[in-house]
Design a protein around this ligand. Structure first.
Ligand code: ZN
Length: 292
């Protein structure tokens, strides 16, 4: 090979290597994140298929299935196994989506997409974080690339719909925790009744720095405020969240318990959680104002 050509090949090799950064998922996570949990039917066509604490939701439709959130990288075999245990095939997943672009909900997303060929629908404000493997995140970006980067297929805004077969999810833009954090609202029914389900991404705060010091996310304080207002107004019958601990899954349900959608019909707990988070937010604003 002539020198020029060799030089050119070296050049592409090096630029490829410098772009392809290794994924380093943060370690020392709570043990509950990687602990298996039995999959179960929540209500109608909604199933819990996540780990003990990292919630993943499978929505089964007559035209294939939707998977929301994928836990850590090592959750992949657990979620696949949970789907199988329920009698479904993970290859029937046609749509993938998420509640927030953090590694504990995105770890296995790239692999699920590759293995199923499903389309990834995301809140448009989290698209950069997904493409950078979390490196562009205003806070967790300090850990570098924390999950395998993944390319979104469809970018959604507040109130946009995700439709598959007999199910339509409405995306609710609830930014703050990440720029594109979101919740989902949809209707499902079983033989007894119809339920309006909220899959909530609760707006917890993950920074010690002042809001005004977050230069890569200047609207963060305002976004939280808008999210609290929006989340107070949601009308639903039954709710779950991004983490099992956030909706007290293990207090409500014990291993082997039979199907019972009523376990998740505790709206008062949702509003109480939200109020507590809002109080944290208001306290932080006060503290920020006294800091230099
Ligand atoms: Zn998070």
């Amino acid at each position: 090979m002539e020198m020029k050509r060799i030089f050119f090949l070296l050049l592409i090799t090096f630029s490829f290597l410098s772009n392809a950064q290794a994924v380093s998922e943060p370690k020392n996570n709570p043990a509950e994140w990687s602990k298996p949990y039995e999959p179960f039917k929540i209500a109608g066509n909604l199933y819990y298929v996540g780990t003990y604490d990292l919630a993943s939701y499978l929505i089964v439709t007559d035209k294939g299935n939707i998977l929301i959130n994928t836990g850590l990288a090592d959750s992949l075999p657990m979620i696949k196994n949970n789907i199988k245990q329920l009698g479904f095939n993970y290859k029937d997943i046609k749509i993938l989506t998420l509640t927030q672009a953090h590694f504990d909900h995105m770890g296995a997303m790239a692999d699920f997409k590759k293995e199923t060929g499903a389309k990834l629908y995301v809140d448009e404000k989290d698209a950069e974080e997904l493409k950078s493997g979390g490196k562009s995140d205003y806070e967790l970006g300090k850990y570098g690339v924390t999950f395998k980067p993944v390319q979104p297929d469809f970018l959604l805004k507040n109130n946009d719909k995700i439709k598959l077969g007999n199910t339509t999810l409405t995306l609710l833009h609830h930014p703050g925790h990440t720029k594109g954090s979101c919740s989902f609202l949809f209707e499902t029914k079983d033989k007894d009744q119809t339920y309006k389900i909220l899959i909530a991404n609760l707006p917890s705060i993950i920074i010690d720095r002042k809001f005004s010091d977050i230069t890569s996310y200047q609207s963060i304080q305002k976004d939280y405020a808008e999210t609290f207002e929006a989340m107070k107004k949601i009308d639903f019958d039954l709710w779950v969240a991004s983490h099992a601990s956030q909706f007290d899954l293990h207090k409500k349900r014990k291993t082997g318990d039979p199907y019972n959608p009523k376990l998740f019909m505790d709206k008062e707990n949702y509003f109480k959680r939200l109020k507590d988070l809002e109080n944290n937010y208001l306290k932080k604003i006060k503290e920020d104002s006294t800091k230099k």
